[in-house]
Ligand binder design. Structure first.
Ligand SMILES: Nc1nc2c(c(=O)[nH]1)N[C@H]1C(S)=C(S)[C@@H](COP(=O)(O)OP(=O)(O)OC[C@H]3O[C@@H](n4cnc5c(=O)[nH]c(N)nc54)[C@H](O)[C@@H]3O)O[C@H]1N2
Ligand SMILES: Nc1nc2c(c(=O)[nH]1)N[C@H]1C(S)=C(S)[C@@H](COP(=O)(O)OP(=O)(O)OC[C@H]3O[C@@H](n4cnc5c(=O)[nH]c(N)nc54)[C@H](O)[C@@H]3O)O[C@H]1N2
Ligand code: SF4
Ligand SMILES: [Mo]
Length: 721
């Protein structure tokens, strides 16, 4: 036994777990007794949608350590660097601790009473003058399900505004729309376990090694399984693959259609499944006939042999799994690319069986919770705004007049921003999102923030690049300071528990919402007798009963006992009954189109943006965790050696990235074969070198998701003036 293992055993720590705090201390030869926990609180990680179970060590009412929960079915005791250091976030500097109202140009501390009375009054003023939809509200995928459910009712039924959406439109909207197109409803059909069972796993635009690290354990090298990764970059995930397909940007649809062409040509389809459970095969077959390997090779940059080989691998698999993330969703063709993925699964019967699923890996810890309960792109419980029966059912469940329930979704996030610029939305309320860093084409966003009459930012931290613009800052409790549930990518509902008290006067978002309802005079009507998030959960159970996302049989107690319960069981659509009228899935003809802003001689490079393992989005949290921030303290630009040579640039040179919309100055250059010639990549995490100064305001016509992954840029040496 190693010294470290002995030390861990002496401290009562399971040696199979990797606990950063103790490992580091052990290396320095001492264990600080101030970090030895008195108790361990069971909870779920608050970063990504993998949804790892963890235990947070508490001493003297402070979070002092984190361990993976060995009993949790998702992570089996393991955690990634962000999870392992998550307790530090609960003592991080920079928290918002008191409400702040702008008075004579300065954000000034005020009481909660003054803050919320002012907010209700200013919103009412705007709505009386410009109409109910002049209030725009943008939520997040990072609250508790109980909070989303409460907020949706507050915005749509209390404030009566339909201009309501979430940062999830920057993220999962294309997956939601694609599932609706193919299957008639949102809802990822498979489970993580399917990645282990499948004999072919294809990941498209998903860099799980950086962004869902604990999922990598499902794909540990196995002679029985072929891992195919489709990504223009040689990511860490591509390096894990048996076959990496470095496709040209946005040629995924051509690849998928080309695979379908080969599958049909070579008889590798499941004709029984197609005829029993799908519509549209005849026209689809004619359509993909044009996607010959030769044509697809030209579109994707892959060889004809590779296209045929991948199609045959997929078609001959006993069970094949396709996972995707933002390399698919972040596109003006995101929703239809998802439909093209679903097409492949349907024609081969790779759905509703162990190992066989088209599977959108979600992003934020509770992106799923908001999709199901949020009241943004659909009514709670995946009900449809346009369906009379759905509205009537909800009205009955809520004891409300059916006229109160909107008959169509309101503006999506980018359209709320546009409406603010156009002077139609006159008040904005952002909850747990930081658009000044995360929204594309910053200059338009800034105009929106500056042109509204009243801007409220509700965040756990202040200042943030967005809260700097606010007229009112509401300080919120964050993960670790409140109780409720998150639902992960595989539909697993897990419990999130309170570890410590929120700092200063910060309050849980849930309590802020109820207080606002009280001031609006709708608390008893919308939330009868509610005091805790458990009350919200119990109502959500009743409202979701009988729906695809049915929580009615999943009690908090059961979730705690079983370390998470999947709604819908291990997989959906086992019976082949889909959610379209008539119960059949639909096949779509999806043409492959060039991306919106093609490179030119003036702007010759395609800029790709994304993530790195150490940081979370806009770094309001991870910049304050020293361990993470010292590993990746600033942004960089990846460029291929061929291009660097042409521009006479050397490694570590300082460069600027310039587009038609703006420029990012003074980035470190990394010269690397990770990116192909003609392409460059930068992370979007860093406010000080904000990639969204240059990105494009182009959105998917169906999902309204931004095209974050391709725009045309020029790269120049940065010179200090
Ligand atoms: N460490 C960390 N983990 C995270 C997050 C984080 O901020 N940090 N955020 C979470 C969230 S909200 C999300 S949504 C997920 C995102 O997880 P991912 O989607 O894995 O993250 P990205 O880096 O945005 O993009 C993934 C890949 O898409 C590729 N791509 C770009 N263009 C194309 C294309 O045309 N075709 C294909 N096939 N691929 C393309 C990029 O090269 C990139 O490697 O991560 C979650 N996990
Ligand atoms: N260029 C480019 N831009 C992108 C992307 C990209 O790949 N490229 N990815 C996009 C994607 S997929 C996403 S999901 C978005 C993410 O973009 P954002 O949503 O803007 O990112 P976060 O930094 O997670 O912002 C969450 C905010 O909520 C606060 N917060 C955390 N917990 C709580 C809480 O419990 N209550 C409250 N009230 N506040 C809380 C945090 O302090 C933080 O300020 O970025 C998008 N933007
Ligand atoms: S993989 Fe995701 S859920 Fe798991 S520890 Fe890391 S950030 Fe948390
Ligand atoms: Mo996301």
């Amino acid at each position: 036994m190693t010294a470290l293992a002995r030390l861990k055993r002496a401290l009562g720590i399971d040696t199979r777990q990797c606990d950063y705090t103790y490992e580091r201390d052990a290396r320095f030869g001492h264990v600080s007794s101030s970090r030895v926990a008195e108790k361990w609180v069971k909870t779920t990680c608050g970063y990504c949608s993998v949804g790892c179970g963890m235990l947070v060590g508490v001493k003297d009412d402070k979070a002092v350590a984190v361990r993976g929960n060995p009993e949790h079915p998702v992570n089996r005791g393991k955690l990634c660097p962000k999870g392992l250091s998550e307790h530090h976030i609960l003592t991080a500097p920079g928290r918002a601790k008191t409400p702040l109202l702008r008075k004579n140009g300065t954000l000034t501390p005020v009481s909660w009473d003054e803050a919320l009375d002012t907010m209700v009054e200013r919103f009412a003023g705007v709505q009386q003058k410009y109409g109910a939809d002049a209030l725009g509200v943008v939520g997040t995928g990072q609250l508790l399900t109980e909070e989303f459910y409460t907020l949706g009712k507050l915005v749509q039924l209390g404030f009566r505004s339909r201009s309501y959406d979430g940062n999830t439109t920057l993220c999962m909207a294309s997956a939601v729309s694609g599932y609706k197109l193919s299957f008639g409803s949102d809802g990822p059909p498979g489970s993580y376990a399917d990645m282990e069972t499948a004999d072919v796993v294809m990941l498209i635009g998903a860099n799980i090694a950086d962004n869902h690290p604990i999922l990598c354990h499902r794909l540990e090298r196995d002679a029985e399984r072929t891992l195919i990764v489709v990504d223009p970059r040689v990511t860490k995930t591509a390096m894990m693959a048996d076959l990496h397909l470095a496709v040209k940007p946005r040629s995924d649809i051509a690849l998928l259609n080309g695979m379908a062409h080969v599958l049909i040509r070579d008889g590798l389809i499941d004709s029984t499944y197609i005829s029993q459970y799908t519509d549209g095969f005849h026209q689809y077959k004619e359509f993909v006939a044009e996607y010959t390997p030769e044509r697809v090779a030209a579109l994707t940059g892959l060889s004809e042999e590779t296209i045929v080989r991948v199609a045959r691998l997929y078609g001959k698999a006993r069970a094949a799994f396709i996972g995707w993330t933002m390399g698919v969703n972040h596109s003006t063709q995101g929703a239809v690319t998802v439909a093209a993925i679903n097409n492949l699964a349907l024609i081969t019967g790779n759905i509703g069986r162990a190992g066989a699923s088209p599977f959108s890996i979600t992003g934020q810890c509770n992106a799923m919770g908001t999709r199901e309960s949020g009241f943004t792109s659909s009514l709670p419980g995946y009900r449809k705004f346009e369906k009379q029966a759905d509205r009537e059912e909800l009205a009955r469940l809520w004891g409300l007049d059916v006229e109160r329930i909107p008959t169509a979704r309101g503006l999506a996030y980018p359209d709320i921003i546009e409406a603010a610029v156009a002077g139609k939305v006159k008040a904005l309320w952002f909850i747990a999102t930081n658009p000044a860093v995360s929204f594309p084409n910053y200059s338009v966003l800034e105009q929106a923030l500056r042109s509204v009459d009243f801007l409220v930012v509700q965040d756990g931290f202040h200042p943030t690049p967005t809260s700097d613009f606010a007229d009112l800052v509401l300080p919120a409790a964050i993960w670790g300071e409140k109780e409720g549930t998150y639902t992960n990518s595989e539909r697993r509902v897990s419990k999130v528990n309170r570890v410590v008290a929120a700092p200063g006067e910060a309050r849980a978002d849930f309590d802020i919402f109820l207080d606002l309802a009280e001031r609006l005079g709708v608390r008893e009507e919308l939330y009868p007798g509610w005091t805790t998030t458990h009350d919200a959960y119990k109502e959500w159970q009743r409202v979701s009963a009988g729906r695809l996302c049915d929580y009615s049989g999943i009690s908090w107690e059961q979730i705690e006992e079983e370390s998470g319960v999947q709604w819908g069981g291990a997989r959906l659509y086992e019976d082949g009954v889909f959610r379209h009228e008539g119960g059949r899935a639909k096949l779509y003809n999806v043409p492959c189109e060039p991306f919106v802003e093609q490179p030119t001689s003036e702007y010759p490079y395609v800029l790709n943006t994304g993530r790195t393992v150490e940081h979370w989005h806009t770094r309001t949290k991870t910049a304050k965790v020293q361990l993470l921030d010292t590993m990746a303290p600033y942004a960089w630009l990846e460029m291929n050696p061929v291009d660097a040579r042409r521009l006479q640039l050397k490694p570590h040179d300082r460069v600027s990235v310039i587009s038609r919309r703006g420029s990012v100055k003074n980035l470190e250059l990394r010269i690397t074969g990770i990116v192909a010639p003609g392409q460059v990549f930068m992370p979007f995490h860093f406010a000080e070198t904000n990639s969204n100064l240059v990105t494009l305001g182009a959105f998917d016509p169906i999902s309204r998701e931004p095209n974050f992954k391709q725009c045309a840029v020029l790269v120049e040496r940065f010179v200090t003036k």
